[in-house]
Design a protein around this ligand. Structure first.
Ligand code: ADP
Ligand code: MG
Length: 302
């Protein structure tokens, strides 16, 4: 099914076919519910209302929106500002997938004051979000799919599944094991060889998420323009080809992959090594592959 702008696949393992079917249906429904809250493409979503109220007033939001925005701010702190959900106006200026136009320097310069995470005010008590400057927009495209995968897995569980996988293209959350006891094998896509797997990894109760410059991009005079922007320059981030992060929860894996993509391989690996239960495989801009210490014995070459 197409949801959140990508292909969503759900695998459910249960004692009977009908329970498995019901679980998958519950998973899809949960993703649709979150999309209606979090999508900035849907004008009535909570986040769209937060965005249209920028510089005007705080907007009351659901616990889910608060949670995602709060986590996003934590990821921003961890990645030294590499991850920044206030990037919205710059993402629109590029709109890489639609118009394939390159915004001018002065155009981007004018947006810079709006890409200001300090002006994203989250009030946990009042359950509101307020964007302090008119024209600001938050965009959870870099973390929302991982969160949706987590929540969909919980829905599968509640519906009686005993194991399963929820995949929103590159954002995958697994729980339990396959019938027969094997873990779920997941392939990490090669960033420059379409359809070819760089490495295999077996997962159980873990999430994996990949941010790459190869999914949505265009080329102009030999330069690749893609959808992950460096908040400092508002240009496509240049230091990596792909970043794959494995974590307990999809929300961390997804947020960190985008943030580390901006940080680059060296600083990104330092961060990953310092975090418990987080592993990464990074392909830098020259194609060099970095693998975190906890992952080295777990990956298999195809
Ligand atoms: P996808 O799985 O859709 O490729 P990613 O996790 O790679 O998602 O995140 C890319 C999306 O995140 C972009 O489409 C954009 O909406 C948003 N984004 C781009 N740059 C940043 C950034 N520096 N910080 C946070 N979000 C970003
Ligand atoms: Mg991400």
């Amino acid at each position: 099914q197409m949801q959140m702008g990508t292909l969503v696949k759900i695998t459910a393992v249960a004692r009977s076919e009908s329970i498995a079917q019901a679980a998958a249906t519950a998973g899809f429904a949960e993703i649709r519910r979150l999309e209606e809250i979090l999508s900035t493409w849907i004008p009535t979503s909570e986040l769209s209302r937060v965005n249209t109220s920028a510089g005007v007033m705080p907007v009351h939001v659901s616990p889910e929106t608060l949670m995602v925005v709060q986590r996003a701010i934590q990821v921003a702190e961890m990645t030294d500002g590499g991850f920044n959900i206030a990037i919205g106006p710059a993402v629109d200026a590029w709109s890489v997938t639609d118009s394939r136009r390159i915004p001018t320097d002065s155009e981007l310069e004018a947006l810079r004051p709006l890409v200001d995470l300090m002006s994203v005010h989250v009030d946990l008590e009042k359950q509101t979000i307020y964007l302090g400057k008119a024209g600001m927009r938050i965009d959870v495209g870099g973390i929302g799919k991982g969160y949706a995968a987590d929540q969909a897995v919980d829905a599968l569980r509640r519906a009686g599944a005993i194991a399963g996988v929820v995949a929103l293209s590159g954002d995958i959350k697994t729980f339990g094991r396959l019938p027969g006891g094997k873990k779920f094998p997941v392939g990490i896509q090669h960033p420059r060889k379409d359809g070819s797997v760089l490495a295999w990894i077996d997962l159980q109760d873990e999430a994996i998420s990949t941010a790459g410059d190869y999914e949505r991009f265009f080329e102009r005079e030999g330069v690749r323009y893609h959808h992950i922007l460096d908040p400092r320059t508002l240009q496509p981030a240049r230091s990596c080809q792909s970043v794959t992060v494995i974590a307990r929860e999809g929300i961390w894996a997804d947020g960190l992959d985008t943030g580390i993509f901006v940080m680059g391989a060296e600083l990104g690996m330092q961060l990953v090594e310092a975090l418990p239960d987080v592993e990464a495989l990074i392909v830098d801009h020259e194609g060099h592959v970095y693998v975190s210490s906890g992952l080295r014995d777990r990956i298999r070459k195809p």
